[in-house]
Every structure is written in structure tokens, then in C-alpha cells.
Write a protein that binds this ligand. Structure first.
Ligand code: C5P
Length: 298
């Protein structure tokens, strides 16, 4: 008996970052869009768990101990519902690791949904979302997918309407970036600056609702981009290469270092991906469309 759950990656089409809070987190206006790149998490009963294995090209970079959000999700659910976390969790990893696309959060949400189905806990969606929020700021969105505005530290979600399909190219980098390090660099770059309250852009929400790629391209923003570029200056070459190849816009995805390029249609996305691969400014380039569904039992 085993359960497999498929969970999408995300791109932040707006990431407005406020000043550091007393708890060290930052208030956000975070517009998440789920994209069709997926990790799959399979849970199987196994004594002495949780035990984690991972396969896929980047499997070697995934921690297999209890720092992995999939293990923490299984432990949190087991504790809440009085189960023994005797499970083997296998992750088929396709989302870039340490890439700013919420791959670790996807595995946390996937493991939670998979263990919940295996153990038939009867937990409500609200209870599951509460556990997700304890695991990490991006984990609730990995559960719900689609598009959503995240406020607070990104964990308070309001679903958003998306009126069409958006075509993306994602360029992965040769090394990862640590999310806390990028937020620290954001703080350093903004020292002495009065940072306004983060608010969602109405133009951006309208562009999403209409499915209008040109309007979305004009409205995307990422306040973490200067910090990511400061720590990883070569990303500027990747952004320039994608724009030169005809992308409507290019931006750093979340805390990076994956860069995201919006294309007019699927054919344009394929052309931009080929040009990025040939440019030598990234490790690989993948096409994907959005929105994508959240964590789903397959
Ligand atoms: O919530 P999560 O564990 O994913 O956050 C990772 C790190 O990113 C935090 O420890 C913090 O340094 C930073 N962060 C932040 N403000 C947020 C979300 C994350 O400063 N809203």
C-alpha cells in the first residue's frame, strides 16, 4: 500500500518585501503562480521511519535527513494525529533544488497530503494548511496551487483568478542560493532606507485575471532581485540573454537563482529555451506553463 502525490513548482510574479519584522521574517505581498514542473512524493509504510530517498538529476543535492521538509511534514502530522511516523518517503525530484521555485516546500506539502491519505486522519483542509504554514512560508501555496496572493510572511493565502495560460521558460543556475542569505542581503542593501508596506499591484492582478501576457510582463516585479543579483552577479547575463531571445520579460524567481522568462506562446517559449541553452549563461532551460493544480494524489 502506497500513496503518490504530485506537487507543482511556483514562480512569484510579484514579490513585494516589507521591512524586517521583530521575528526576523519580512511581511510580503507575494503573488504566487503554480507552474507545470512537478515533484512526486510516494509514501509507503516502513518501520523506523521517516526515511527519505530521492531520485532525479539533482538528487545528490537533496538532504535526506530530518531537515528535509518531507520528513518534517510526516513527523508533524504523526504527532498531531497520534500516529507512528513509520514511513518511507521517496521523492522524484524534477523541480530545481535551492532554485527559488519552492521545490523543498513542494516536497513538504506532498508528503503531508500523502501521509494524510495513507493514515486516513480525517484532517480538514484548514488543519493541513495550518501544518503547512508551520513548516514554511511557501508550503501552504504548494498545497493549493493555481494562483494566490500570500500576505503575512507569505502563508496567508487568497486565491486569485487566472484567465488564460501563461508560457514560461526557467533557466537553472550552476549553484543554489540560500533564501535566508538573500533576505539578509535585502536587509543590507536597504539599510537606512524607509521600506513601504508591501501591497499587491492591481495592474498585475488584472493581467492575471485577463490572461494577458503583455500586461503581466509589464507588471511583474521582485524586490529580492537586486539582492539575488548582488550575491550572484552572473544572473544579469542570463536575464539579458533571455530578453535578447524575445522574452516578454525576465526576472529572478523568488529568492533565485532560477530566472523566469515569460513568452508570448508555447512556440516562442521553445525558441527562447533553445537560445538560453546556446547562450552558455545557464545550466539548463525548461519550458512550463501555468497555472498548475496544487498537491494532487495520483
Ligand atoms: O518560511 P521559510 O522557512 O521558508 O523561510 C526561510 C527563511 O527565509 C527565513 O528563515 C527567513 O530568513 C526568510 N524569510 C523572510 N521573510 C519571509 C519568508 C522567509 O525573511 N516572509
Amino acid at each position: 500500500m502506497s500513496v503518490t502525490v504530485r506537487v507543482p513548482a511556483k514562480v512569484n510574479v510579484q514579490l513585494a518585501v516589507g521591512a524586517a519584522r521583530p521575528d526576523g521574517f519580512h511581511d510580503l505581498a507575494n503573488v504566487f503562480l503554480a507552474v507545470g514542473l512537478y515533484d512526486e512524493i510516494t509514501v509507503t509504510p516502513s518501520a523506523g521511519g521517516p526515511r527519505i530517498t530521492c531520485s532525479g538529476p539533482d538528487a545528490g543535492e537533496v538532504p535526506l535527513d530530518r531537515t528535509n521538509l518531507a520528513a518534517r511534514a510526516a513527523l508533524a502530522l504523526a504527532e498531531r494525529y497520534g500516529r507512528t511516523p513509520d514511513v518511507h518517503l521517496h521523492i522524484v525530484k524534477d523541480i530545481p533544488v535551492a532554485g527559488g521555485m519552492a521545490g523543498g516546500s513542494a516536497d513538504g506539502a506532498g508528503a503531508l497530503v500523502a501521509c494524510d491519505a495513507l493514515w486516513a486522519t480525517g484532517a480538514s483542509r484548514e488543519e493541513l494548511l495550518g501544518i503547512c504554514a508551520e513548516l514554511g512560508s511557501d508550503v501552504p501555496f504548494s498545497l493549493v496551487g493555481g494562483a494566490a496572493l500570500g500576505t503575512g510572511r507569505g502563508e496567508k493565502l487568497t486565491a486569485l483568478e487566472v484567465g488564460g495560460t501563461f508560457h514560461w521558460v526557467f533557466a537553472t543556475a550552476g549553484r543554489g542560493l540560500s533564501t535566508p542569505a538573500v533576505f539578509r542581503e535585502f536587509d543590507r542593501l536597504n539599510e537606512g532606507v524607509r521600506i513601504p508596506e508591501p501591497v499587491a499591484s492591481q495592474d498585475l492582478l488584472d493581467a492575471l485575471a485577463k490572461g494577458d501576457a503583455d500586461a503581466l510582463a509589464a507588471a511583474v516585479s521582485n524586490d529580492l532581485q537586486p539582492a539575488a543579483l548582488s550575491l550572484f552577479p552572473e544572473l544579469a547575463d542570463t536575464l539579458a540573454a533571455g530578453r535578447a531571445a524575445g522574452a516578454l520579460t525576465g526576472l529572478v524567481s523568488g529568492s533565485g537563482p532560477t530566472t523566469a522568462f515569460l513568452a508570448r506562446d508555447a512556440a516562442a517559449a521553445a525558441r527562447i529555451a533553445r537560445a538560453l541553452m546556446a547562450s552558455g549563461t545557464c545550466r539548463s532551460a525548461r519550458v512550463a506553463s501555468s497555472p498548475a493544480p496544487g498537491a494532487t494524489v495520483v
